[in-house]
Design a protein around this ligand. Structure first.
Ligand SMILES: [Zn+2]
Length: 97
């Protein structure tokens, strides 16, 4: 039997994903837009989850979302893709099986 594993990250695109913030590269307060890309950073016993925001001139700001404690009983997870998300309005299940 073949098993297909599909991981979805569903985002509400109606939410405002822009924040006004000082950009040290631009030298002024500019709007930063959420790229919907997430990254994790480990630091000692903590794992940080960041949202990657970009200003209009493509400068990056990592907004800290959550902090997790590391633990010894690890579970295998599907690696989060570090690429631009795609917008899909229709999913044909028949094509996936
Ligand atoms: Zn900037």
């Amino acid at each position: 039997m073949q098993i297909k594993q599909i991981t979805w990250n569903l985002n509400d695109t109606n939410n405002d994903t822009t924040e006004l913030r000082h950009c040290s590269n631009c030298g002024k307060t500019v709007p930063f837009t959420d790229t919907m890309i997430r990254r994790h950073n480990a630091n000692g016993k903590n794992i940080y989850r960041f949202a990657i925001y970009k200003c209009e001139k493509n400068h990056t700001w990592n907004k800290k979302l959550e902090i997790y404690r590391t633990y010894t009983g690890h579970a295998r997870v599907v690696e989060e893709r570090n690429s631009q998300p795609t917008k899909i309005s229709k999913i044909l299940i028949e094509q996936l099986v």
